[in-house]
Design a protein around this ligand. Structure first.
Ligand SMILES: [Zn+2]
Ligand SMILES: [Zn+2]
Length: 476
């Protein structure tokens, strides 16, 4: 030591002063440059934790630092934002920075586990180390005392932050639905500055939680002797169409605008809002997105769409174990066909014809339009549905007739007829017929892709892309 310090023309006290100005990342980096520096700094677990917590705030290492607005209860950027792709969080259990997919929502959104924003007390800790030039035992004692003091301070700040809730409990509004929208006070803002991210060293990834026994009660002990899946809720986000939630990136075709009248494929015009889940595969001992488990229904204890009970294992494990991987792929295809629901697509296209033919037959006010729209339409044999035969050869003719009827209704029919006839679901169908047809063709094309004997692309997709691996980043 003496020899090393002799090479630097500075007294040890000055070196100490310099080291205390470093940030936690630089301190550890310096301690790893040589044996002498290591001996001088003697970093302990606390220093390594501080380094990890500083790294998660570093844009290059930890990526996105989201902002949770406590007052409006809103997250920015939202889960849908592509910026989440970069977000990594520190786990001081396994001492790693891991993708946010390895953490449940609590670990990311809870006030004490959130990433602190600039200006927070915790944020400032990432700018300068709390290292002190003491013997290990004394240093540890200092760290403990400081932590104790901070805990007490936080309790006081937590009371400040909770005043609003307590005030509301003590003075319930006359009516439950009266919104009291008071902006946060300066005191509350100050409390948050002290509280956000203050306990991040206790945040744990799902794997560390599993090892610590969080889901122990779900292991092997269920009544039928089957292992219950370990599942943690993850982010919620919007998918353009439902199959993107289950087989992200499998199909290279994407719909443009979707019709409103298509609830099974998208909840609303912009897509389907769905939650992701991460689950533990007991066979390959890996965390994967729930879609990898082929049951596609969280918390159903291994009972798939077919109702057959089977071992809870991911699709990659099933592929490896099955002598005939085609069976696994076929099964996946069955589920996809079920999702695409071609029959439902035909039904949607045919839906409005019942109303058109009832209208034109019950009110023979205009024989010309009846002949133009109805004559020659081939209706299906099961006359109850009053739906025409729908396939690629009949669709151009049907479209021409629907467009003609719409033109008649909006431009030629009298107002009373129009108001009575063009309403509710039928109006939506009539207005969006072209969109419905586009969606039908899309579903039909994807359905055709799933023909038996042409399924190698699915096998390739599963094997080469490994889409359900949490680190694969396909969800953003
Ligand atoms: Zn961990
Ligand atoms: Zn597996």
């Amino acid at each position: 030591m003496a020899q090393f310090l002799a090479t630097i023309p500075l007294p040890a006290e000055v070196l100490h002063l310099i080291m205390r100005e470093l940030d936690p990342i630089a301190l550890i980096a310096l301690s790893q440059t040589s044996r002498e520096w290591r001996a001088l700094i003697r970093p302990n677990r606390h220093d390594f934790e501080q380094r990890l917590l500083a790294l998660e705030l570093h844009p290059h290492h930890g990526g996105l630092v989201p902002y949770w607005d406590d007052h409006k209860q809103r997250l920015a950027p939202s889960w849908d934002s592509p910026e989440w792709k970069t977000a990594k969080y520190a786990c001081c259990g396994c001492m790693k920075l891991r993708t946010h997919m390895m953490f449940d929502n609590h670990a990311i959104l809870r006030r004490r586990w959130r990433k602190p924003y600039a200006g927070c007390v915790e944020f400032d800790k990432a700018l300068r180390t709390d290292w002190e030039p003491f013997e290990p035992a004394l240093r540890w004692q200092h760290i403990q005392e400081r932590a104790q003091k901070e805990r007490q301070d936080r309790q006081a700040w937590a009371a400040v932050a909770a005043w609003r809730e307590e005030y509301r409990l003590a003075n319930p509004p006359e009516h439950n639905f009266i919104a009291v929208d008071l902006p946060p006070t300066d005191q509350e803002k100050e409390a948050l500055r002290h509280l956000v991210g203050a306990n991040r060293q206790r945040r744990r990834c799902v794997e560390c939680q599993r090892k610590a026994g969080r889901w122990k009660h779900q292991d092997a002990s269920s009544a039928d002797g089957k292992v219950k899946p370990i599942v943690a809720k993850s982010r919620s986000k919007t998918f353009k169409v439902v199959w993107e939630r289950w087989v992200p990136g499998l199909f290279d075709e994407h719909p443009g605008v979707f019709p409103l009248y298509w609830r099974s494929l998208n909840n609303y015009r912009n897509g389907i809002y769905a939650s992701l889940y991460v689950a533990w595969c007991p066979r390959c001992e890996t965390w994967k997105e729930y879609a990898a488990f082929r049951d596609w229904h969280p918390y159903n204890n291994g009972e798939g769409l077919t109702g057959e009970r089977r071992e809870f294992a991911c699709v990659q494990c099933a592929l490896e174990e099955q002598a005939e991987p085609r069976r696994v792929v076929e099964e996946l295809c069955d589920q996809l066909r079920h999702l695409l629901d071609l029959e439902g697509a035909e039904h949607r296209l045919g839906f409005g014809w019942r109303f058109i033919s009832q209208d034109l037959q019950a009110h023979p006010r205009d024989r010309g339009i009846r002949a133009e729209v109805l004559e020659g339409v081939r209706f299906r044999a099961d006359s109850a549905s009053q739906s025409p035969v729908i396939n690629e050869s009949t669709l151009p003719d049907l479209r021409r007739r629907v467009v003609r009827y719409r033109q008649y209704m909006y431009n030629e029919a009298d107002k009373e007829t129009r108001d009575r006839q063009v309403m509710s679901w039928f109006k939506m169908w009539l207005d969006e017929y072209e969109l419905l047809e586009d969606a039908y063709f899309l579903v039909k094309r994807l359905h055709d892709k799933l023909r038996t004997g042409h399924l190698n692309f699915i096998l390739d997709y599963l094997k080469t892309q490994d889409p359900y691996r949490l680190q694969s980043g396909v969800w953003w």
